[in-house]
Design a protein around this ligand. Sequence first.
Ligand SMILES: CC(C)(COP(=O)(O)OP(=O)(O)OC[C@H]1O[C@@H](n2cnc3c(N)ncnc32)[C@H](O)[C@@H]1OP(=O)(O)O)[C@@H](O)C(=O)NCCC(=O)NCCS
Length: 329
Amino acid sequence: MHKTPHAMIYGTGRSVPEKVLTNADLEQIVDTTDRWIMARTGIRERRIVEPGTPLSDLASAAAREALDNAGVAAEEIDLIILGSVTGDMKFPATACIIQDKIGAKNAVAFDLSAACSGFLYSLQVASAMMAAAGYRRILVIGAEILTSMVNWQDRDTCVLFGDGAGAVVLGPSVDNRGIIHSCLGSDGSCANLLFNPGCGSVNPPTPENAAAKLHTINMAGKEVFRHAVTAMTNAMQQVLQEAGIAPEQLNLLIPHQANLRIIEAVAKRFHVPAEKVYVNVDRLGNTSSASIPIAIDEARRAGKIAPGDLVGMVTFGAGLTWASSVIRF
Ligand SMILES: CC(C)(COP(=O)(O)OP(=O)(O)OC[C@H]1O[C@@H](n2cnc3c(N)ncnc32)[C@H](O)[C@@H]1OP(=O)(O)O)[C@@H](O)C(=O)NCCC(=O)NCCS
């Protein structure tokens, strides 16, 4: 292992809505079955917010928990990066609203848009800003209310997504612990496989566009599935190779929680046994940029990640975007 970490995780937190939407509930909304959803995705239920809930509320709750867990005061935070595509408003950046809600008055705050790769992209940007620009206490949040852009009449997509937020506090590396290496990738030529065409400059929110449901998620499921398995496998391969780490050295693999079949395909490729693969997609569905930080927090609090453990993470999302990271906790 020849990479020297700059930033390490000092604390983690998460927040998911209380309301549970089960597959049985979805059977009442669209033409689907629990059997189909379980077989094709591994999702049993997901958490959803009450309509109109601000993303900044969920994200701030996760951030406060991470600060508390790290023993860091909000005033000590000098940078906040929120990975999200479902912010409170088009502008300002939701990171600024979170800054105000948690009282991080000394922080610079901005949002980063990379869909389901938003958290790992943000983590890499944060690590680079610590190394190159001297930030010392950074809050990185992945938070999403994807149900705000779900078309509840489209059974191809509405069964997949849930809401949630996860956060980590980064500080300077100690004892060679921290983010050892990360790899990011993008392919805009496939932007039309997974997108929300409405509310932007192309399709502003006119009554006609709203009636045509242009502000909802459009997805070519089969194509996305194929790209996800290939991109996540390649990204994992690259990060392990460049960091000089063998798959069997990983104590835990945290893949993006989009679909159990994608998770199992990636784990199988690297011969990672099931007990070393973190899975919560059955309980939470696909929470996009929140999926990895929620999983990190759950795993730490359940004792599945101990200090010194080597954890691999890999994700994939709209853009297309993908990212991988190896972290010594
Ligand atoms: C969406 C996904 C679960 C669909 O699974 P699939 O095996 O590809 O299924 P298909 O799209 O081929 O559909 C098979 C059949 O099931 C039907 N179907 C689709 N959604 C359904 C649902 N919720 N309930 C019941 N049937 C459904 C289709 O209409 C199709 O019927 P047909 O054969 O009569 O045309 C899968 O493609 C997937 O997970 N893709 C990746 C999605 C993702 O992870 N996106 C986020 C990336 S970050």
